[in-house]
Design a protein around this ligand. Structure first.
Ligand SMILES: C[S@@+](CC[C@H](N)C(=O)[O-])C[C@H]1O[C@@H](n2cnc3c(N)ncnc32)[C@H](O)[C@@H]1O
Length: 228
């Protein structure tokens, strides 16, 4: 199995059971500390529906996917990159005639995602074990970016935005959803680094990206769009 997307020069990728892994100079697979251990991968979807959405986001998971389906309904024949693929829920809201590439630091979640994209009829859904702040792809490869419910987990948002600028084509739309502390709804602590809407706008502008807040409301989630 070969990657559909050109990779950075001098980089070795191997495919194991249909998932791509990055091999370092010592010929060892690059490992990441996954956010979720492999055992928790099996309860990820039910815990999002039963606990995270109602308790942490004060929101509705069905509404979330409806919002994302509306955003994506006119997106066809694009080269999509998703940061933080998780269990592959993009397969539910993305038209299947797109070429999908997803990265995540959890191999267990990627294995679930692989099954989901296959079951939903995607012809191209390449999955990589990789971190959002160090992407294996060559420059200017993608024309749509997705990043849902993941920005708060990335170790350094500035490195991630630098990588986004490198691999995305100019003018490509980029869609994000993320909990923000100033919106009502959170009854329990949300993990990772949280920024306000105003802070996201400032950070994106520092990276010469446009920031457009979208009007959809769902608990404490902020839906926003960006472009370079
Ligand atoms: C809350 S989940 C969201 C998953 C999916 N986007 C969704 O909406 O269901 C956050 C995801 O970010 C991934 N993640 C955490 N740190 C990461 C990193 N440095 N690079 C890429 N993915 C990361 C986790 O493994 C997890 O799949």
């Amino acid at each position: 199995m070969k990657p559909s997307i050109p990779l950075k020069p001098n980089l070795t990728i191997i495919s194991k059971k249909g998932i791509f892994y990055w091999v370092d100079e010592q010929q060892k697979i690059k490992k990441y500390r996954p956010w979720l251990g492999d055992l928790f991968c099996f309860i990820y979807d039910s815990s999002m529906a039963r606990s995270v959405f109602p308790k942490k986001f004060g929101g509705d998971i069905e509404r979330h996917y409806e919002i994302l389906r509306m955003q994506m309904q006119a997106t066809h024949d694009k080269r999509i990159l998703e940061l933080g693929t998780g269990t592959g829920n993009a397969a539910y809201f993305l038209p299947r005639d797109n070429e999908y590439t997803g990265i995540d630091t959890s191999a267990g979640l990627l294995r679930k995602a692989q099954k989901r994209f296959r079951e939903n009829g995607f012809q191209i859904a390449d999955l990589y074990l990789a971190s959002a702040d160090d992407l294996p792809f060559a420059d200017d490869q993608f024309n749509v970016l997705l990043c849902h419910l993941s920005l708060n987990f990335f170790p350094d948002i500035h490195s991630v935005l630098t990588e986004i600028q490198r691999v995305m084509q100019s003018g490509a739309p980029m869609y994000f959803s993320i909990p923000v502390p100033e919106r009502e709804g959170s009854k329990s602590k949300i993990h990772g680094t949280l920024y306000t809407e105003e802070q996201y706008k400032t950070i994106l502008n520092e990276h010469s990206m446009n920031f457009e807040s979208l009007p959809d409301r769902n608990g404490n989630l902020l839906y926003f769009k960006a472009s370079i």
